[in-house]
Design a protein around this ligand. Structure first.
Ligand SMILES: [Zn+2]
Length: 294
């Protein structure tokens, strides 16, 4: 565990998890990481004799809530999530609608964290969540998901969750998961204009100032959009399947996992919706086949 400011620390697994010390023995986690980091998280928490009093979730993607249930069951931890995200995560049919189209059975099998058990919710607006007298500011950061929120610890450390990626993640990411690109650009701008003691990115790391990494994230998005537009220019009309196939080859995807392919096609839909909303393309059905037109 590494100290950032005052009582705010981070656990650095493949995902960075902020930890706030309420006192010597009790902490609050901001997200609980992916289940694959379970042992490492436990080592840091239980190995140090700590109890998790609460987990405040930024959003309910499986890699942010993977250890919620363990702490709820073994530490009596209170799981606190935004209202909209909670509504989605409590229902597999809603997870299917919002996040990963696929069958209900596929979701239940691949994402054991759903349906999620959540003890308390907060409105996804500027507000405060109090845990044992410590106040955590909630800052709405929609775009990556509809209800994602950032959380500011009492030491003024701003956890921006999945609104930004570090350079390594930008390089590795074939196509980022962003439900609404337009809203996400506004969220990135909002973070750029904020002033806090430090910033934590889930994927990953701690930053003292944020302007440079925001600029890099925006530039990365613009580059992806430019490349996509260049590719689309080859034809006037694309079916979803044609586009998916071409992007699959271009981006060098290799996975055999159906859920990964579902995420990929969903991410294509989201970026294409952005181009439709900004007037670059139109979309619609023609004799039962969904097409994008320039
Ligand atoms: Zn996420």
């Amino acid at each position: 565990m590494r100290k950032i400011a005052g009582s705010t620390y981070v656990i650095e697994t493949g995902i960075t998890v902020p930890v706030y010390f309420l006192n010597d023995k009790e902490v609050v986690l901001l997200d609980s990481s992916h289940i694959k980091y379970h042992e490492q998280i436990l080592q840091e928490i239980e190995g140090a004799g700590l109890t998790v009093r609460a987990i405040i979730n930024s959003h309910v993607h499986y890699d942010h809530v993977g250890n919620n249930d363990y702490f709820r069951e073994n530490h009596g931890t209170m799981v606190i999530t935004g209202q909209l995200e909670a509504t989605i995560a409590r229902s597999i049919p809603l997870v299917k609608t919002y996040y990963w189209t696929g069958t209900v059975n596929q979701i239940a099998e691949n994402y054991k964290v759903y349906p999620m058990t959540i003890d308390a919710t907060f409105a996804e607006e500027e507000s405060v969540v109090e845990v044992c007298g410590a106040e955590f500011k909630i800052i709405p950061l929609p775009g990556h998901t509809p209800g994602q929120c950032g959380i500011v610890t009492p030491d003024d450390v701003f956890y921006v969750a999945d609104s930004l990626m570090d350079e390594d993640m930008m390089m590795k990411s074939k196509l980022p998961t962003t439900m609404d690109w337009e809203v996400d650009f506004r969220t990135k701008e909002k973070i750029r204009n904020s002033k806090h003691a430090a910033y934590v990115l889930a994927h990953s790391g701690v930053f003292e100032t944020i302007e440079e990494i925001v600029d890099k994230n925006v530039a990365d998005r613009m580059k992806r959009l430019a490349r996509l537009k260049e590719l689309l220019a080859a034809k006037d009309c694309w079916t979803r399947e044609e586009l998916t196939q071409v992007l699959w080859d271009r981006l060098g995807l290799r996975t055999d996992r159906q859920v990964s392919q579902v995420i990929f096609t969903r991410n294509i839909e989201c970026i294409m919706t952005y181009l439709v909303n900004t007037g670059e393309l139109t979309e619609g059905y023609e004799k039962g086949i969904f097409k994008y037109r320039r």
